[in-house]
Design a protein around this ligand. Sequence first.
Ligand code: UDP
Ligand code: MG
Length: 350
Amino acid sequence: MDISVVVPLFNEAESLPELAQWIERVMDENGYSYEVLFINDGSTDDSWQVIKRLHQANPRMKGVAFRRNYGKSPALNTGFDRAQGNVIITMDADLQDSPDEIPALYKMITQDGYDLVSGWKKKRYDPLSKTIPTKLFNATARRVSGIHNLHDFNCGLKAYRREVVKHIEVYGDMHRYVPYLAKIAGFTRIGEKEVKHQARKYGETKFGLDRFVNGYLDLLTLWFQAKFGVKPMHFFGLLGSLMFLLGFIAVIVVGALKLYNMHSGHSYRLVTESPYFYLALTSMLLGTQLFLTGFLGELIIRHSNDRNHYEIGEEIINDDTAALPPRQLERDLPVGVEEKKTNVASVNAQ
Ligand code: UDP
Ligand code: MG
């Protein structure tokens, strides 16, 4: 199968028939074999009934329904899991993304060799309250992820090579960072295509401004996971040791100063009267805590099944070497053996 289109949706009943029809038309015009996976994320309207009707009219329209609303990321993840196509295309259900972009995206994956192509809504039809924070958000995401050529991380319209979606796990609200997830999993040929964007026709947006706060927190999480995920001690241990050391040195300085003043006859105060003493103490305590956090992190990883999970690209070790005869090396040839024997004999004779 050429293409799986994955559409996460939450209360989008009005848009679905139009979207399905549009995708159908594009697929048929280009002669693609395809499936459309509607992932109904616990809609409370009659989205699911609509999907069932679409399936009856065209069995390539498929659906999975969550029992309740989990979020866009779990919906995408479920679609990725079920997808059978060689290229997977994700798009929002609200008709903001245009199915007309599918052929070009498909070609970028199959012919230009990209692992992932992200849409870029250069001209956006969204309120200003959304577009300005989005610019800031994307600038940060580019810096942190090191994927410098993407303008629009959170674009719903994206295309993937099959291996990519089978090797990443989109959870929580991580759908904003799928390119970063892909990069962490070792898929680095990430491209971008300018796509047409439209204003929402039916229904309303499902995400408020809290998306930006959560978005930044998620970015921090991913960065930490990518960098210290299996070696938290390298982060907490270093930070903890430095803080502890700083506190320790400060305590010694405060104590030494007092002793010096005592012996040289200057006026002196109790150590506990110096504010530096308390700062130093706090620093030592925090340092110890950070250090222990690192230890706990290491213990958790030691017992997690994920600790030795690596993304294997290819292997050439699956042949049956056990059945092969031993290789004959030159030193094992009969002449060599004889030489050795005579040597041993001469030693014994002496
Ligand atoms: N969506 C979803 N589950 C949710 C919220 C949203 O599946 O909990 C879907 C939604 O139906 C749409 C897509 O995710 O197909 C993008 O959502 P929306 O259009 O509201 O986001 P925006 O375009 O405002 O960024
Ligand atoms: Mg939308």
